[in-house]
Structure formats: C-alpha cells, structure tokens
Design a protein around this ligand. Sequence first.
Ligand code: NAD
Length: 438
Amino acid sequence: MRIAIIGTGYVGLVSGACFSDFGHEVTCVDKDAGKIDALERGVMPIFEPGLDSLVARNVAGRRLAFTTDLAAAVDGAEAIFIAVGTPSRRGDGHADLSYVYDAAREIAAALTGPTVIVTKSTVPVGTGDEVERIVRETVPAAQAWVVSNPEFLREGAAIEDFKHPDRIVIGAEDEQAAAAMREVYRPLYLNKAPLLITSRRTAELIKYAANAFLATKITFINEMADLCEAVGGDVQDVAQGIGLDRRIGAKFLHAGPGYGGSCFPKDTLALLKTAEDAAAPLRIVEAVVKVNDARKRAMGRKVIQALGGEARGRTVALLGLTFKPNTDDMRDAPSIAIVQALEDAGVKVRGYDPEGTEQARPLMPNVELFDDPYAAADGADAVVLVTEWDVLRALDLERIAAGMREPILVDLRNIYPPGEAEEAGLRWHGVGRPGRAG
Ligand code: NAD
C-alpha cells in the first residue's frame, strides 16, 4: 500500500519506519525542513533504540522516503496518517488541535483519489468529525474516509511496541474504511495482534482512558509510598503484594517522583477539559493530576530534608534528567520541577543524563551539565537518582561516596537496596521504603 505520514516526530517517524518494514511504500512528511534534511542524511532527530538501522534498511530498500512536500506525498496515497503534535493549549489545558486541523486542510487540498485519512495523533473525542467536516468543506466530492487509529507506543521501546502491540484500535464509521485499515495492519493482524474495531468517537476515547488509567495507577502507588513512609512500610513489597493479583497486575506500580513526559500530563488535562465540557466530571482523574503536580516539587523538598533542612549554598547532583530511560525527550520531565524547587531554595544544581543533555540545557539554564555521573557527583552534598537509566543502575557507589562532600543519596527510583548504599558509605533515602535501620 502507498502510505503518507504527516508529521515526522516520535510517532510519525516510528510508524512510518515500521509500516515500511512491513512492506508498505511510505513517505514521511514534515514542515521542519531541518528534520527532513537530517533524515535524508541518515541522522535521526530523536534518540530511540534501533530506529536508525530500521530507517536505513527501509530507505535502502526504497520503501521509505522523507519530504517537506505534503501534496506530493498525498498524491496517490491509499492511507494518509496525521501524526502531528497535540500539545496542551496555553492557558486552559485543552488539546491544541491547530496542527491537526491545518494538516487536514492541507491534505484535503492535495487529495487525488480514494483514500483513508487516519488520525494517529492523540485527539479529543469529536476531532475526527471536525477533520471530516474540514475535508468535505474543502473538497465536497472527496472520496475520503476519516478514521481514528490512536497510538500506544512507549518512547524507549517504540519499535517493539509498534511491531508487537497489545492491541490495535481502529475507529471507523464505514466498512470500506475499516477494510482499508485491516490492509494497513495486515502483517500484524496475521501475527494475531488483537484488532479492536469500534466507532470513531470510542477509539478517540480509548486512548485518553488508557493514559488516564495508567497515570492513576502510578499516582496510586506514589501515594501509598507516602503512607509507607509515614507509618513504616515498604512500598516495593506493597506493590509486589498487590501486583501479583492478576486483576491488578505488576506494571506501573513503581513508586517514584511522579509521572511526566510528552503524553500523560497533557492527555490527562485534555481529558478533564472534555469531561468538563460534557458535564461528566472525572473526579478520580482530577485528583490524579493535582497529586502528581504537587509531587514533583515535593521531591525537591524531600532532597532538602535529606540535606538536614539546610539547602542554601549546597550542591546537589541530579542523575538522569529525561522523563524516563532510553529517550532524550525532556517534555514535562519531573527533573524540571525538582531543579526549580532546589534552585528556589538556593541550591546549586548539577546534572547528568546519558542522552538528554542537549534537550535539558535550555530547560534548566542554571544547571551545570556533566557528561559523566562521577564528575557530576564529585564534591556534591547530595546525589539524586531521578531517572533509572541502565548506566545508573550499576554505579560504583563507593566511588560516588568517596568524591562527595557529604555522602547523601536520594534514590527517587528505588534502584539501590538501602543496605548496599549504606555499605558503600552513603546515607540513603528512598521512596516509600525504610532505610536499613528503619
Ligand atoms: P512531535 O512533536 O515529536 O512531532 C510532531 C511533528 O509534526 C513535528 O516534527 C512537526 O514539525 C510536525 N508537523 C506539525 N504540523 C505539520 C504539518 N502540517 N505538516 C507536516 N508536519 C507537521 O510529536 P509526537 O511525540 O510524535 O506526537 C504526535 C502525536 O502522537 C501527539 O498527538 C501525541 O500525543 C501522540 N502520541 C505520542 C506518543 C509519544 O510517545 N511521543 C505516543 C502515543 C501518541
């Protein structure tokens, strides 16, 4: 099949590369000429494990191409995916749909033959109806069907997720559109990936419901961690004890500094706006958003407490800055709020991240960034583990402790058992766990 993907960000690029790997003929379009130029030279705009070789293989096989020319990509395409950004609209938290609607207008103006227009961006319920209206308004006789196909890939494991999805969700209003989508996903369908075909509005809701549910699960265990600290319990054992119950499941039960990233914060906010507009409040999600927002800054206070309450003039090294490992994405990373809270208290902050340094720099201009975790920790009064990158899971803790002015470790991901850290000479503070003596 000939496929055009509009928007070559995380989702567009990974989807385009994977579709071409299935054997489809894919053109990825982006407005950002620098991004397209880099991709044509084989330079990836994002860090995502395995992506460069996947792209190179399919470009060499002439199944994958990049362009800024949307009309040329749309010409003759049997499926056109919209994968542009839907950030929070400044001021009110609604999803900013201007990129989606602009793309819809541009696609409509360039349509040449029968096609499905597929919204892969995460969009509020009813957006597909508006995309359809835009297409009909631009070209009344267009033979185009508008479909919703939300994406569930995780950054850092995006290719694996795309090729082995838990499910594929398709929201289509006509059998013809559903049939075209079955064709797009045939290789996965043959591999028995569950395909859920539903109405367009329901598909749009499924994406937000999934993200809100996962955000709730994380927030639940984070509050349980606070309770464990207050009453003397171990949240890791609580998580295991409930996670072994198959009705609950073990995933997303790791207590930490609060969720961040390019999806959960903006998607939970957008869902709340939808619910408010529909006069069907989602009180659980409202609480989740509030609790999570407060938690990120509370992690700054936790570090200050570990320093004995005296923060001004002290030096703290944050290890791991991206919102999770294996990505260079810094959007809404908890590290940003922690840096802010520490700097507000007069702390001198240093940072280290294996891949996110370039993205972090403009977001934390006063933080001294290092390209080695030991150098960042050298002379610091506290080291804070914020993101559980593999290279931070096997640190030489004795070496870290030996270089520090004060050997305080705040392990916000509970990577290191307290005993191990304490034996290395560190004063350990975790999340929801007692220290060795506790
Ligand atoms: P992104 O910001 O990385 O990429 C979006 C790209 O679209 C940019 O490169 C931008 O230049 C381009 N663009 C915007 N308007 C355009 C137009 N008219 N023509 C051509 N290109 C255009 O965004 P992303 O992280 O890939 O997210 C895209 C959508 O997918 C969002 O709705 C997001 O919520 C959703 N999503 C993201 C993830 C994720 O992990 N990042 C996962 C699932 C769903």
